[in-house]
Design a protein around this ligand. Structure first.
Ligand code: F1P
Length: 316
């Protein structure tokens, strides 16, 4: 077992410590969740949770908010900025936090590093103590930042999510070898809060295994991207509670075109039940998607401890 795999399976005690109450978001007309890479994918999901909880929110990549905040909201100085960054040193994220604060924006930082530049340039720090062996690929820290952000918008996370997430990762791991053998193109589909999670599954597998991946809203996939589907394709469908029938029809269509399908919470060549409150499904799915990336890498003989061209922090 390499350290990436070890850290994925050893993440649950950190969840246990992170589950608890966190004060509600700063009162603002709009909350902007911001990050780069994985942290941006988490921001996308968190914005949907915040909206559902009654806090109007959007998600913006770090460089976009830094360079053109008014393109996202004309009264951007009135926003509450929630900057997510494992390292707390990613150039665009730190610069966006600094520039926003200077303009009077209240900045909350969610980070693993309490002594980082981001932590020093925020009004409120939410710390995510993580596994000390976590390497370049972000796994446990991603789960923790999502969990803490969900709590920040008032979502209650029952400790039973840990059992469900662990079970799902184990079930996937056992069934995987036959399912993804020979597949080189991976498509992750998810809607609503699962869209950011689908993008994260796609990014993780791409980073870990150097494979071509895509992430889309399920029904968007029919509008062009479907042209790439063939016998090399594996589709990972993250079924939503409110759109399942349409997603199942899409799965039929993709299977007819040669794809093999892993269905989380619905039909597929491999069907895995997601045994948790549907509102928490994104969090529950993350460890399974991380394991999927690791196994895809192993099947290609790629080492995820030092992935090609990647560093733990991207600084300009
Ligand atoms: C985020 C990030 C990762 C990516 C890569 C570089 O960093 O972009 O998502 O996988 O390893 O860093 P951070 O701002 O969360 O530290």
């Amino acid at each position: 077992m390499n350290t990436t795999e070890k850290v994925i399976f050893e993440q649950f005690p950190f969840w246990e410590k992170a589950i608890g109450s966190i004060s509600a978001p700063h009162d603002a007309e709009l909350t902007v969740f911001l990050g780069c890479g994985t942290s941006y994918n988490l921001a996308l999901s968190l914005a949907t949770y915040a909206n559902r909880a009654g806090y109007p929110a959007i998600a913006v990549p770090g460089a976009e908010w830094l360079n053109r905040p008014s393109a996202f909201w004309p009264r951007w100085q009135k926003a509450h900025l929630v900057a997510l960054s494992r390292s707390g040193e990613t150039t665009e994220t730190v610069a966006a936090a600094k520039a926003s604060r200077k303009a009077g924006v209240f900045v909350t930082a969610i980070t693993v590093e309490p002594d980082s530049s981001l932590a020093k340039n925020c009004d409120r720090l939410i710390e995510a103590p993580t596994h000390s062996d976590e390497g370049i690929v972000m796994t446990v820290s991603a789960s923790l930042m999502l969990l803490l952000g969900m709590q920040m918008v008032g979502m209650e996370i029952s400790p039973s999510i840990i059992r469900s997430a662990r079970l799902l990762a184990d079930q996937l791991d056992k069934a995987l070898p036959g399912i993804i053998a020979g597949r080189s193109h991976f498509v992750f589909l998810g809607s609503g809060s699962l869209y950011g999670i689908a993008l994260e599954g796609a990014l993780k597998l791409m980073e870990m295994s150097q494979s071509m991946t895509q992430g889309f809203h399920p029904l968007e996939y029919r509008h062009g991207p479907i042209s790439l589907v063939d016998e090399n394709t594996a589709v990972i469908m993250l079924y939503s509670a409110d759109q399942k029938d349409a997603e199942a029809l899409l799965v039929d269509e993709l299977r007819q075109k040669g794809a093999t399908v892993i269905g989380f919470g619905g039909p597929g060549d491999l069907e895995l039940p997601v045994d948790c409150d549907p509102a928490l499904a994104g969090l529950c799915l993350l460890p399974a998607l991380q394991i999927l990336g690791e196994r895809a890498a192993q099947s290609k003989g790629v080492d995820t401890v030092s992935p090609r061209h990647l560093t733990k922090v991207v600084m300009l």
